[in-house]
Design a protein around this ligand. Sequence first.
Ligand SMILES: [Zn+2]
Length: 678
Amino acid sequence: MTTGCMLYSRAMRHAALSVRMMLLFLAFFFEAPFLFAQQNPIQEFRLPKSALPLSYKLDLTIRPEEATFAGRVLIDIELKEQVQLIWLNAKDLTIQEIHVRLGGIPKTASWRTSGEFLAIEVGEPMGPGAVQLEIRYIAPLDHKTDKTDVGAYHKKSANDWYVYTSFFAIDARRAVPCFDEPEYKTPWTIVLHVKRDDVAVSNAPAISTEEEPEGMKRVEFAPTQPLPSEMIAFAVGPFDVVDAGVAGQKRIPVRIITPRNRASEAGSASRATAELLPLLEQYTGIPYPWDKLDHLAVLEMHGAEENPGLITYRAEELLAATSADTPLHERAMRRTMTHEMAHQWFGNLVTQSWWDDVWLSEGFATWLQNKISDAQLPAFERGLQITWLRDFLLLTATVDKRPVRVSVHNRKENDAVYDLIVYWKGACILQMLEDWIGAEGLQRALHRYLSDHAFKAATSQDLVNAIAQETRIDTGPVLFGLLDRTGAPTLHFSVEGSGGAENLIVKQSAKAWTLPVCIHVQGVKPHCELVSASRTELALSGQPRWIWPNAYGSGYYRSALTGALFDRLMKAGYAELDGPERLALTGDLESLTNSGDLPAAITMKFLPQIAKDVDPWMRERAVATALELSLLANGDMRPKYRDWLQKTMHVPPVSPTQTKSFQEFFQDKRSHQDTTDP
Ligand SMILES: [Zn+2]
């Protein structure tokens, strides 16, 4: 805990603290939770709802080679109720001055910082009504070597220094005192004072540039649309700026911004936006929400960040010298770009109200990234990526070890929010929803969700409401079950019936999941039924020759059919399943065999057939599954399994040279010791 407070030095000097002030003093120093419990957000890691930020005016002086920068922020606030303290987020900032205006009247302010928070008071109750804060401060420019810079940070390349930002998810507070929570979306007006030779960019277009003394200039950017603090971004340095034309319905200007002398590496990147942005506009039915789009190549960065109007990428991902500009590189770059541009609607236009719903950003961006990429593939290759994700998650229990939605009470928990599960399971759930309620219905519902909450924040329940309004389907029990519970169920399918009519029996554990089960039988369009009990009976029409109870391959469950049902499916139905269905079937065979729900002999009976599939990825999948299952073959089964692999999958036998190499490896004790042993 640091101090920086005029009030307390004055109070100590005059030894005239009131009882109330003494308690406040103690509360800050000892963080006694019983004091000011109603107003102290430290315990909950969440700001009180009493203050609502309305707008920010941010004025920063940045010389990239220096270790710090100077800032001044004006924040207009509406107090909803009377308070003694106004709480903001601030971390590692040196606060120099704070001025408070209550209803336009200036007041003497005092403040204290504590960990992630800044508390301001004026010695009398404040509000309800308008308050304006003016805060002058010094902030550090982070400088790490392991690509984990946060807040505003600087990087050196050759003799050039650059400043970038990474405010996502709770690090805007390292660069500006603010209400650093996603639901607080306000316009931001940003002014940067930088060296005349440097380029300055931010979320909005620059509207004026004026020269200043000492070789500096003042660059003012247009006010942004309402944005959360985590999506504010700026960059300063001797950048090259590549004009990439215009894109989208509003024909917004697009640029690629690179470190000095690397403009020639922006070829692929500069072509992509005009092609990809209209696809997202078309799907959402909403024009790109901002006034410009810069793609900024950042030195030494992990991944990419979707800041509105100023998306940042690892330089190696966005740029490629001519020799490295391969189709593979371009495809990966376009996938990342599509993901980040999808966020302009899902995450930026509509932001999750709190981090427990971060899947509303990441799940959607991952799902849409695949949807847009799929649309550019031949029909028979579509839907495979999401099915791979589904299969991987159902096979790898270690990944699906926490719910998609988790609560957040501190920085450590917040860091853990952005787990792979949020991206992948979120995307899988959306694919299942689409196949269940229909592509057209979901698209309509998403348009409504985006329109109803545009420039505001939303929750998973808002999504459920939008779907219900457009389709009359209540997806809540399915959605929240999958979001709030780890893992996935195994559904056991069998048939009962006589006289030519069969019923499909679905059994699951006593703590039943609510899920749509979509049934594919010969010659009939798949239809979905909601299953929510540990035993459900579904009427089939007649006695189908085969049944695959995971039509589209997107059901987030494993399908354990009886041996007889698997026989019918593989004999008569396999060739009629589409690519994602065959992939999901093979994934389930592997997963069920590994978990012991299916005898290995059943899977081994079918793998040779799958290994002869017309599609190469299915043949590869069959071999990979067969190799994976070899781990289950113990003792004298192992040589037999190897012979079987050789005969059915054409997996070559281990050569004598390799056998010798294995022997040498295991004879040499050092080579297979755990090197982490002391
Ligand atoms: Zn993302």
